[in-house]
Design a protein around this ligand. Structure first.
Ligand code: MG
Length: 341
């Protein structure tokens, strides 16, 4: 197998993307391409300072180490990813890119779309939410009004001490259900007070209300509110999930934080076996990363796969959105193609 890499310089749409603890305008991702028997599989690494503290340089270095560990059979993905996780325990964005590229490659060599290989019905793909980045209340309401006609649900970034005004402003312009993501921004007391105050505004669930590694506080919140509580920053990999059972209603899985499709499937199965609901989410990513996650979306309850809509000049085309729902490509592998410049 021949592995090559390509750096993508990306820019957030609308001048930037803000959550409770960070603001992004430009960022760099790495695309891994693995060639074998005339086919090329691709995967995207979206490194995050929050998860594993990975930088683009770390990803480049990890991919160089991984190059020597691939072997020559793209179908041996379980063995390959296990080797990579042992050699590179803190390199989940890099491992994700390789895992996705191998799945793309193997499915292309079999001539089937990835969803078909996983045994899934593309018609069962859920609607995706569209994310409104943190801003002044009126700016968030204008953004919501602009996109509301194209989506069935909106995800609203919150996690400050002035979230009521934001939600009320958005509620004045749309009746769509709202998912809230506090990105660790509240205390437990603040979470209970805020959620109970705004519960009547049509809130589908609240994501990561408080900082990570406080499962007892999550349980305490969950006992005091009627809105489902799910976690994202707390649910990085399958090994994180046992501590969350009984403390939350669901989890948000992202390929780039867990290390790719194989770990994501492991997390989905574990969570569902324990009665937790599952969302597939994303970072700001191109259609390459988003489409990989979309192929698993028929397995889950909720999708938040809008990262490609939140960047300028997406270099790829893959999953599309029709009437708010994800439409999975029919082509072999990921079915992702490069956009013509
Ligand atoms: Mg989140």
């Amino acid at each position: 197998m021949k592995l090559t890499t390509r750096i993508l310089d990306l820019r957030a749409a609308r001048g930037g993307f803000r959550i409770a603890r960070e603001h992004h305008t430009t960022f760099r991702h790495l695309v891994v391409e693995i060639e074998h028997d005339g086919a090329v599989g691709r995967g995207e690494a979206a490194p995050s300072a929050f998860f594993d503290n990975e930088t683009l340089d770390d990803v480049l270095q990890s991919v160089e180490t991984a190059r020597g560990l691939l072997g020559d059979d793209p179908f041996r993905i379980e063995d390959i990813t296990a080797r990579l996780c042992r050699a590179l325990p803190k390199a989940h964005a890099a491992i994700c890119a390789i895992d996705v590229a191998l799945h793309d490659l193997a499915a292309q060599l079999m001539g089937v779309p990835l969803w078909r290989w996983f045994g899934l019905d593309p018609a069962a793909a859920p609607a995706t939410s569209y994310t409104i980045s943190l801003d002044e209340p009126e700016a968030m309401a204008r953004h919501a009004a602009e996109v509301a006609g194209r989506f069935r649900v909106l995800k609203i970034k919150v996690g400050t001490d002035q979230d009521d005004a934001r939600l009320q402003a958005i509620r004045r312009v749309t009746d769509l259900p709202l998912r809230l993501d506090a990105n660790t921004g509240w205390t437990a007391e603040q979470a209970v007070e805020t959620i109970n105050r705004i519960a009547g505004l049509g809130i589908e669930f609240v994501e990561q209300p408080i900082p990570v590694a406080r499962p007892d506080e999550l349980r305490w919140i969950r006992q005091r509110v009627d809105v489902p509580i799910i976690v994202d920053e707390d649910a990085v990999r399958a090994a994180d999930l046992p501590a969350l059972v009984g403390c939350v209603d669901g989890i948000n899985i992202k390929l780039t934080k867990c290390g790719g499709l194989r770990e994501a499937v492991r997390m989905i199965h574990f969570a569902q076996a324990c009665g937790m609901r599952v969302m597939l989410g994303c970072m700001l990513e191109t259609s390459l990363g988003i489409t990989a996650a979309a192929h698993l979306s028929p397995m889950v309850d909720w999708a938040d796969l809008d990262g490609h809509l939140l960047i300028e000049d997406d270099p790829y085309r893959g999953t599309t959105i029709q009437d708010g729902r994800l439409v999975l490509p029919d082509g072999p592998g990921l079915g992702v193609i490069e956009r013509q410049a």
